[in-house]
Design a protein around this ligand. Sequence first.
Ligand code: SF4
Length: 263
Amino acid sequence: MNRTGGAKSFSGLREESPCRRCGTCCRLGGPVLHGEDLSLVSPWGKSWERSFGLADLMTLRKGELARDDVAGTLAPLDAECVKLAPAPESPDWTCRFLDRDEGAPSGHDAVCRIHAGRPAQCRALSCTDTRSITELYARDRVTRRDLLQASGAPEVWQELSDAHEERCSIRYLAELACAVPWGHAACAEREELVRLLRFDVAFRQLCVEKGGIPQDYLPFLLGRPLVALLSGFGLRLEQHGSTQELVRIGKGSYVPSGTPVKS
Ligand code: SF4
């Protein structure tokens, strides 16, 4: 995993050489970070031109559904990973550093804004020979803890991340979400899940308002908001006036770890 969320796996990339700057791989999603990328991360609180910082990252937490771009499957992650995030408000997973060279012919105009400091997966990926990326793909992935230490972020950030993980783990979310039945009848899991979603929202607000953490660091520090993960479980949170209702809209694609679903 995971330049996740794209429609294709690496094996579906066109076999042409050298790089045509078509941007297809960058539109599959930003790369997952590995140990050798730690030196590329800018120090906390400082801008570092042509590189990236914690605000450019997002965490996919243990248990989250993610696409394995080598195997071409969708499955829950057995460990968290951190990747370059899409641009805010982006409708898809395209890497936030993908730009266009206005002077180049269409289809050959992809530009990486951090080309000199691009992560290991981007350097390893070749359309004609996927051995390097396949070898690197699952090896030595970094965690939030690695990145917090490498960037010199305040220690309390790790404590907040741990506290959130303890209360809002994907495992607990999945346990509740999979037990929510069709229909509208009240049940313990439905009510607890709504409480969990509210806790997640309140915790994020607390981090910003009391902890002084910039909003755009939260996708890295706490992962995606729980409400954004509901669709994977076939659920949607609807607002009716001042009340919220959790509605089942499908079966969802989540399956227990170890039984990947063919995408
Ligand atoms: S960092 Fe650059 S090369 Fe890598 S996915 Fe993003 S735009 Fe593409």
